[in-house]
Design a protein. Sequence first.
Lengths: 623, 381
Amino acid sequence: MPAISLAKAPQPASTDPAQIRNFAIIAHIDHGKSTLADRMLGITEVVDPRNMRAQYLDRMDIERERGITIKSQAVRLPWRSGIDGKEYILNMIDTPGHVDFTYEVSRSLAASEGAILLVDCAQGIEAQTLANLYLAMENNLKIIPVLNKIDLPAAQPEKFAAELAKLIGCEPSDCLLVSGKTGAGVAELLDQIVEQIPAPQGDANAPARALIFDSVYDVYRGVVTYVRVIDGHLSARDQIQMYSTGVRHEMLEVGVISPEPVPSKGLGVGEVGYLITGVKDVRQSRVGDTVTNFNNPTKKPLAGYKDPKPMVFSGLYPLDGADYPLLREALDKLQLNDAALVYEPESSAALGFGFRCGFLGLLHMEIVRERLERESNLSLISTAPNVVYNVKLDDGKSMIVTNPSEFPDGKIVSVEEPIVRSTILAPAEFIGAIMELCQQRRGALLGMDYLSEDRVEIRYTLPLAEIVFDFFDKLKSSTRGYASLDYEAIGDAEGDLVKVDILLQGEAVDAFSAIVHREKAYAYGLMMTGKLRQLIPRQQFEVPIQAAIGSRIIARENISAIRKDVLAKCYGGDISRKRKLLEKQKEGKKRMKMVGRVEVPQEAFIAALATDADIEKAKAARK
Amino acid sequence: MTAQLSFYVHIPYCVKRCGYCDFNTYTPSELREGGTLEMVSNDYIDAVLKEIEIARVSAPGVVPTIFFGGGTPSLLPANDLGRVITAIKSGWSVSPDCEITLEANPDSVDASKLMAFREAGFNRVSFGMQSAQPHVLATLDRTHNPENVLRAIEGARAAGFSSVSVDLIYGTPGESLDDWRSTVESALALGVDHISAYALIVESGTKLANQIKRGELSMPDDDLMADMYLLVDRLAQESGLSWYELSNWSKPGHESQHNIAYWKNSNWWGLGPGAHSHKDGMRWWNIKHPTAYKAALFAGTTVIAESEVLTPSQLADEAIMLPIRMREGIALANLSPEQISRVSPYSQSGHVDPLKWESGILQLTPEGRLIADRIVRELVV
C-alpha cells in the first residue's frame, strides 16, 4: 500500500505546493460520502485500524443520526502515488450536502482545486448534487466523476456513467468506479486525484491571505477556524486579523487535521488547516472571510465574502412558558456555533413569549429546532414558516416584513417576495405530477432536460413562500420519494399577496395569521377555520371562527355553545373524587391560552400549526 | 347546639350487577362460590354493628338522618336492617323527626316487606325506577318490570312511609327525548314526593362502556341530555316538585335531609365497606371489599383505608362546588370581588339568575345548572 507514515510525510508549513492536492467531495446525503471518507482514512493509514469507527468524521451525533454532515472538515492525507511513486499531501475538504448550506459549499469549493463528484450508481445524481456540481464547474474546479456502491446488486454503472458524462462533458469511460464499502477502486481514485487535480498556486512572499471555509465552536477550545492558505504564510507565533471586522486575534494554535488535530509551526501556500484564537463565537470568525497577518496585512481580501442571510422565519415558543429563559440560553449557545442563526424576542397573545428566528432554509430550521429540543431538553412549538416580504407603502416608504403580524393594514402599493430558481430531478414518469404541483404553487416552467432515457431535470421559478410550506413533503409523496429538489434565490418579485387573519370571536389570533397569495386566501381560510372548529372545545358561549382579509370575512365556522358540563351526582363519596378532579382541572386551566374570552388548549395550537407531514410523523412515532 | 351526626349505611349486595353500575356492590356468588345472600349478609350486619361501636366512642351527637344505600338494601331482611337502626338509636340521641331512608329495588319488595321495613323504623323510601321504557331498562340491564314500580309505591303508601321518591336516569343510549318525557310523566303520575334524575355517566370498566367501545351502543349525546334535563326540570316544576339541588326535585318539606347534609358539609359517618365519612374538616373512607372490611372489624384492626384533613384551599373549593348545586346558592358576600367579576357575565347570559344576583345571591338557572362545573372552575382558579 502506498501509504506514508505521518512522521515521514511532508510536514505542514514546509510542504512544497507542487506536492499538495486540495479536493472537495460533492455528493448527496446517502450516496456514501462518509463511507468513502472512512476508506480513505484507512487506506492512507492516518487512522489506526483499531481506532477506526464508521462515519469517523461526523462527530456530532445529530449529524450521524440524520446521515448528513452539517459542518465541513478538512483532513490531511499523505499519499504516495501509485503512478509516479512520489509523495503527496491530499487535503480532503468536506462539503455540506444540503440546499440550505449553498454558501458554505461555495466556500469549501473555493478552497479546493478539484472535486470528486460522487454518485450512488444505483440512484443516479440528485438535484442538490447537480446544483453543487454546477457551482464547482463555475469555480473552474477539475471534476473527477466517481460512481460509488458498485458492489450493489442494483448498480447501473453504464447508465449513470452516461448521465455524468453528459453533465460534465467527458466520456462515460472517464468515470471511476469505487465501492466505499469494499474499498474497491479507492487507491486508484487517490492516484487520479494526484494526476488530474492541479496543484495549488500562490505567492509565498505576499502578505498572508487565507480563506475561512468553516468555523466551529468547541466547548473546550472555543472557535476552531478552518482555513486554506492562498498566499503567504501563517505562523504559530503570528497575530492575525480578520479582514471583515479588522479585529486582531492572538494565534493560540495552528495545525492540521489528520484526522485528529495536530499542532504545527504554521501553514504555507496551498495548505489547509485550523486556527484557534480563543474567540468564543463563530460570528467573530466568519465563513468566507479572509485571515491575514496583523503586522503585515493584505490590502486585497479574497473575493466572495457574504454575510449569511436568513431566508425563512418562524416563531419558536416554549410549550411551558416558564422555559422562556431556558430557550434564550439555548439559542445563545447555539448561535456560538451557527453564524447564520438570527433571533429576537417576540411575544404572541396566543403563545406567550418566544423568539422570532431566521434560518437559511427549511432544513436549517429543522436542525435548529431539533438541537434546541434535544440539547436543552425543551419542548417547542413553532409557527408556520414564512419568508421575507418587502412592502411598499403609499407614503413612499417601504418596510421589511418577517412576521405576518407586522404586515401593514391597507396603504400598500406593492408587496415583493423572494423568488427561487428550483431544479427537480425525477424519473420521467412523474413529470405530470411534478408540473401539477409546481403549477399549484405559482411556478413558472423554465425548462426541462432528459438526463438519461428515463430521468429528467425540470426547472421552475417558484416563490420561496410556496416552497417553505410543505412543498418538499408534497413533492416526495407525489413521486413516491424519487424526486430531489434544489433551489437558489434569484431575487424578489411583486406578488398579489394579502394577509389572512384568523379570528376567534372577533379577536385575531396572531399565531395563525399568514401572508398568502390572494387566490389562495380562501383555501387557507377554509382550512384553518375548519381545523380550529375540530380542535377548540365548546365554550359556554357560541364562538365564531372567521378568516378575514382586513375587515372582509372570507370564511366562517361556528363552535356552538356547550350546554352540558356538570356531573349529575355529588353525594358522600363523590365529594373527595370531585374535588380532586377540580384540582386537576385547575392545573389544566392554567395551561389554557386565552384568546379574548375563549379558552384554547395548547394542544389545539400545536395541532392547528402542524402540517400534514408533521401529523404523519407523529402518527408514525406513535406506532 | 349539640353536634349532629348523620349515618350512611352501605349495603354492598345486589342480585345482579346492572350494566352501567360501577358502585361498590357485589352479587353473593361474586363473594363466595355458590353463596347465598343469607350466608354472606349474616355476619355483615354484625360487622356493621362493630363499626357503630367505634363511632359511638369517637363521634357523639344527635342523629338527624340515617340513609341505607347500596347495593340493594331492600334485599336484606327488614329485621337485619332494623338491628342497625336500633344500635344507632341506643348509642345516640336520635331526633324524633329523624329521616330514615331505604333505597329499594321495586322488584325486591312487596306490600308486606315494605310494612316490615316501616316497622323497623324507616320513614322514607327511594325506589330505583330509572325509566318507564322497557327498551331503556333493557339497555341499562335492569331487571324490573315497569309495572312493579306502581305496585311498590302503592305498597309504600299503604305501609305509611311519609316520603316516597324515585330515581331516574336520562341519556341512556337509544333513549329519545320522547322516551324521557314519558318516563318523567309516568313518575310524576305516581304521585311521588321526590324525584332524583341523573344524567347517565358511562364509567370505564362497566359492561356499558365496553358495549360503547365495541360500537354496539352509541355514547349519550350532551346536547340531548341538556334538553332532557330542561324537560325534567320543567315537568317536575309543573307538578309542584321544585328543584332544591341540581339533580333533585321535591314537594315542599320532602327534600332529602340526608343529602342536604352532604351539600352543607355537615358531619356524617359512613358505615360499611368503601363508605366515606366526614367530620369537622376530615374525610376518610373504609376498606373497599366487604370481605376485607369484615375481617378487619372482627380482628379489631382499623377499617379506614385512607383519610385526608382538608386544607384551607380545599375547604374553599368545597365551599364553592357544593352549595352552588343548591337552590339556596352562594351568598355573594362569601365571594371575593374577583370571583364576583368572573361570574358576573353569567348573570347576563342566562346561566345565573339575574334577579337573585341583584339581591346578592348566586343561584343557577336551569341552563346554568347544566354547566355548573364550568362555573365552579371559573370560581376556584
